[in-house]
Write a protein that binds this ligand. Sequence first.
Ligand SMILES: [Zn+2]
Length: 427
Amino acid sequence: MENLKRFLSAKALLFSALVFLTSVLAPAQTNPQGVSARARSIHDSAIVVDTHADTPQRFLDENFDIGSTDPNDNGHISLDKARAGNLGAEFFSIWVDPATNQGHFAKHTLDLIDSVYEQAAHHPDRMMMAFSVEDIERAHKQKKLAALMGIEGGHSIENDIHLLRDYYRLGVRYMTLSWSNTNEWADSSGDIDDPKIQHHNGLTDFGKQVVLEMNRLGMIVDISHVADKTFWDTIATTKAPVIASHSSARALTNAPRNMTDDMLRAVAKNGGVVDVNFYSGFVDEDYRKASEPINKQAGEAVKAYLEKQKADGKTVTYIEVDRIEREWAAKIPRPPLKSLIDHIDHIAKVAGIDHVGLGSDFDGVAGATPQGIDSAADLPKITQALLDRGYNAADIHKILGANILRVFKEVERVSQQMQAQKLSSNQ
Ligand SMILES: [Zn+2]
């Protein structure tokens, strides 16, 4: 009897030790601070899709390995961070800096595309290239990060529709019509007030042809960064839903590349999705105002550095520019997470719950994200904040990824339809 008691109490002790271990130790490793079990389970039952991360520049210039476990790495994306935040699919940005790549935009585009494939090839057990909604769903089932690619800036096609088709064949599934630079067929919000730049009053005829060819190929048309008139021309031209891969709301934060409420409603009517950019300067008006003079000084510091290196016959890498920008960005206090959630909430209210998603701009904002968002591992905090505001699980799932998957599927369907029509009209 005594032995049995001792056995029972030993068993009870073991049991409580196990409960302690699972309830205290395990969540501490997998769950960011302040995320409830309910938020975590809603978050983990979603296919989480982020439509914009600039990590490929790190792959190429810094030789960064996405399998990195370095605790001191200040990057937003690694396979561990993606796993911790249940990030299911990332659209890696293929961004060619027009200033440092004059004369060889296409070559640099190809080098960045290669860098994404190389990462997937090095980590076949945890990451796979994805080119369709089906691929994303397959990767999710296999618990792998789906790696997609989007070109950021129409200058990458060098005014050549053949190159556009080549990029599609290489797996590129969206293209942002312009980056901050106006190209030869699309005006950008980044230089629309610069009289030295030759503008086109939106999209040129060739630009409209690019949009239609993207529709036919099944490449998502992305209107982040474009000038307002380019946006309206695109909406009038496209036969498929569009996305803003990383844009926030102008009514809350007055950045010219954020979207007005009229634009949000137009994207809703078009069936598309606006994926909110996390950059502090696009989601917090106080931060934006404080950053104006700082960004100007940072820009001058970068320019001076570029010129100095050029004079010395040296090339400049992403990491060097990033270091300078981070030093300047660190001078402004980070806004609260609430600012980012306000943008998601605003777009959900103005455009509707079916037209809002996540477009972090991770690894592209010199570390300037709201408090609490230090990497992809912190994505569950967004789910918690939405839950706190009364969003239900189904709505949260739409924001986390279901909306962009719906749009991607519709883009695929329109493409198949256009290709079938073309075939039958050729017969
Ligand atoms: Zn961008």
